[in-house]
Ligand binder design. Structure first.
Ligand code: UTP
Length: 405
């Protein structure tokens, strides 16, 4: 089917208008159209499938981990030492809540005189593990078209904060077209489709497209983590060991929820399979429910730190991952060719979410981590999960455990 027929078949024939475009621009435009998923609006109307039966999930508690630490760490260090583990840093987000003009990882958490950047915290943490295991872990950094150049330049300028270049790879996540509320794809400029990053659930298909798994054929496990938790432990040997020994294809790090209404996604079982429920989707009655010891039944708060087996990832066809829609303000070109900057949401952005991969795993190991040791997210400018709350936690940890942490 040629492009024109395809556009018609998808109800996007308005994109055929190329008035005012020169030959080169038209060729570039058609190339862009042939590369994007024109069928995405298919998801409109069925974005929120009915949830199944929710029941609590049993995790590996801090106490159990402490009593088996030696055994778990030994198994993890062996896997890491044999080159079976890679670290995947999800750094393609736009960090709108932080309101910082640049990739989130380049944000300075220190002072002007003594800067300490988010990327630096993460890399220093990983370097600590590499030293213990006597080998480097491939560090695979996902960026987006919007922040790729700035991210690469920043890390280059800082000599990757000591991480060896040959173990670092960058890959760019894909973009999805934006549409109006009727599913019509929008243009941001003449001959230019309005695009936005496709969410963090597309990381493995983008990694594969970039040919990175072939460069590290020994890798059997991918530890995927978000850019904004400055306390997290990456390629944590105990976590790796526990997941490998559990025989499940997926490990999930969680912190115990402090309060029933804490705004954090919760890991549970949905129709018997592991699933992450967003805080606003969990009915209050379940959120408040307690066990016989008086503890919250649904307490596994997500930290965005997962371990997936390569085998599982290869089995999950990317088209299986659900596509979600978000109402957003999207600047667009109107029918008269004028750029419009709407004041309120005028259309949808489309995205896939990594948490859906947990459900597709079929079985996982929930692995508890102590909040004060491993969870200091930097999401907002002020208040909850902000720069200042993360700084307080970093300071507290340093006081508790000394400088080496
Ligand atoms: P968030 O959901 O916090 O989104 O991403 P964000 O874009 O960073 O921030 P806001 O919502 O605009 O304020 C969680 C993790 O997933 C990554 C982010 O970089 C972060 O590490 N992510 C998110 C991507 O890599 N790509 C995306 O398209 C979205």
């Amino acid at each position: 089917m040629d492009l024109k027929e395809k556009l018609r078949a998808c109800g996007q024939e308005h994109l055929l208008c190329t008035a005012g475009l020169g030959e080169e621009e038209r060729a570039a435009y058609f190339k862009q159209l042939s590369e994007i998923d024109l069928t995405l609006p298919r998801v409109l109307g069925n974005e929120a499938p009915k949830r199944g039966k929710i029941t609590p999930i049993e995790g590996l508690s801090l106490r159990e981990i402490a009593s088996r630490r030696k055994e778990l760490e030994a198994a993890g260090m062996q896997a890491i030492g044999e080159g079976k583990v890679a670290a995947v840093l999800l750094a393609g987000g736009q960090g709108t809540r932080l309101g910082f003009d640049g990739p989130k990882g380049t944000f300075n958490m220190g002072t002007k005189r003594r800067p300490h950047y988010i990327f630096q915290f993460l890399i220093e943490n990983l370097l600590g593990v590499c030293r213990r295991c006597g080998g480097f872990v491939p560090l695979l950094i996902m960026t987006s078209e919007k922040n790729d150049k700035a991210t690469r330049e920043f890390l280059h300028e800082h000599a990757n904060f000591g991480y060896p270049e040959e173990y670092i790879r960058f890959f760019v996540q894909e973009m999805y077209p934006c549409t109006d509320f009727d599913g019509k794809i929008l243009l941001e400029a003449p001959g230019k489709v309005a695009l936005s990053p496709n969410g963090n659930g597309g990381w493995f298909s983008s990694l594969k497209k970039a040919g990175i798994p072939e460069e590290f054929p020994k890798v059997e496990w991918y530890n995927v983590f978000g850019v904004d938790n400055v306390l997290q432990s990456i390629a944590d040997p105990a976590f790796v060991g526990a997941t490998v020994l559990s025989g499940t294809p997926c490990g999930v790090k969680y912190v115990k929820k402090k309060r029933w209404h804490e705004r954090v996604g919760v890991l549970c079982l949905e129709d018997g399979a592991p699933s992450v429920i967003e805080y606003y989707e969990l009915p209050e009655q379940l959120a408040r429910a307690k066990d016989a010891r008086g503890e919250l039944l649904y307490a596994c708060g997500m930290t965005l730190n997962y371990l997936f087996s390569a085998k599982l990832l290869n089995e999950i066809v990317s088209s299986e991952i659900p596509v979600h829609t978000v109402k957003k303000v999207i600047p667009y070109l109107d029918a008269a060719g004028k750029t419009v900057l709407p004041k309120k949401p005028n259309g949808y952005k489309y995205e896939t979410l990594i948490l859906d991969m947990v459900r597709l795993s079929g079985a996982c190991l929930p692995f508890e981590v102590a909040r004060e040791e491993e969870f200091a997210p930097v999401k907002n400018k002020h208040g909850r999960d902000s720069v200042s709350s993360a700084k307080r936690m970093l300071l507290r940890k340093r006081k508790l455990y000394g400088k080496k942490n």
